[in-house]
Ligand binder design. Sequence first.
Ligand code: NDP
Length: 484
Amino acid sequence: MRFQPKASHFINGEYVDDTTGAPIDVIYPATGEVIARLHSATPQIIDQALNSAKSAQADWAAMSGTERGRVLRRAADIMRERNRDLSIIETHDTGKPLQETLVADATSGADALEYFGGLAASLTGEHIPLGGGDFVYTIREALGVCVGIGAWNYPTQIACWKGAPALACGNTMVFKPSETTPLSALQVAEILVEAGAPKGVYNVIQGYGDVGASLVTDPRVAKVSLTGSVPTGRKVYAAAADGMKHVTMELGGKSPIIVFDDADIENAVSGAILGNFYSSGQVCSNGTRVFVHKGIKEAFLDRLSQRLANVKIGDPMDEEVNFGPMVSENQMNIALGYVEKGKAEGARLVYGGVRIEGDGFYIQPAVFADVTDEMAIAREEIFGPVMSVLDFETEEEVMARANNTEFGLAAGVFTKDLTRAHRIVAAFEAGTCYINTYNLAPVEAPFGGSKMSGVGRENSKLAINHFSEMKTVYVSMNDVEAPY
Ligand code: NDP
């Protein structure tokens, strides 16, 4: 039990254990070894966490934005100081190479804490002058207790992307990580307390989907922010609707990357690699349908294969390794199943897709060419390192095909023709678009999906609107005129 935390849950400013809940074994994906054992929250733990968040909320909201922001910014500094330790935990939790976690996980979590910490003091309502001296002012108010439910691919980042804007606005949070990766959110909670967050402001409880489900329907909860798959999103959105709760849904995708024949091929290949194989392909916004103009298809595939020869698969703790295992045996089997489906459907496997024997959940990155729109590998979210390359001839044709999906999370275009690039992004049915790059998600920019890929936006000033609401106050400076 190399990474055994002090307890499974973090409630009211301290670690809380209760071993009566169902066990959650944390498996290191590189070796298959159990590195920690936690327990799912019982109804009593869920109740305790919600009570703690509820009791802390009014006092937290009553603090000035400057004071709340200071806590968040201090937490960001602590996260950065401990980046290496946090990255090692994240690598053990997810299997992602240390080369990645050192630059993309605690660091992006710290960015969110710093950004929303900086915004906290400037969150205000407005003054609206009316005729005759009357006026309206609006008060930006916290929603109350917010629930965050996370996926397993970016556990630290998700815990902070939800927690930082929620806390900045004066809400408190109960966060439930995915049971596959329960370790990092506890670190975030501990750091927030160290940074001065009052007890109960940020709580973490573990559990499977049933724990998430009971949080969503609890009357103490005002808002639910989920990162997960579309099927889970549907359930959570419907459950939240009953209590008319606010929601943010960050869901899955099957995003297109379009590469025109005038594109810089090297950059397009880099974009396709980043958009398919970073984090072993377990990224929601991945551009897994790579539409390449027929005229450059073979050149693109040749260069991609050459570049893939440099992939270094292995021990994720070795900083030279740039491709780690999948998060779990189940996720590896899903990806391998899609490789088989792709072959059976007649796509041409031009690279990889083979399981690497051993105890870890390793699969080589896979590239399919000659993929057609109806194939399962081109329609369904795989959430693994399986790239589909599809050919196209005209802009009109490729746009129709790129948008022909229920998802709308992200989309990218590679071309040197700027007019075309802007025309394409205007036509993309996606929340997050890229021109001549792919998959960057800085905290300053809104992130989220259209269509089935989500509701609401994370990051940027827009996230504030999803964690607060306006109270309108009409002030009369005149006598009240009534008809009788
Ligand atoms: P899941 O949808 O399976 O689970 C997401 C979270 O919801 C988990 O914590 C899960 O708990 C919980 N959950 C499951 N059922 C319910 C329920 N009925 N009520 C409340 N909570 C529930 O997603 P994965 O964890 O497998 O993550 C992969 C998915 O996440 C992919 O589809 C991916 O695209 C998406 N994703 C989206 C991102 C975005 O920003 N748009 C970013 C990252 C991932 P448990 O795990 O215990 O079942």
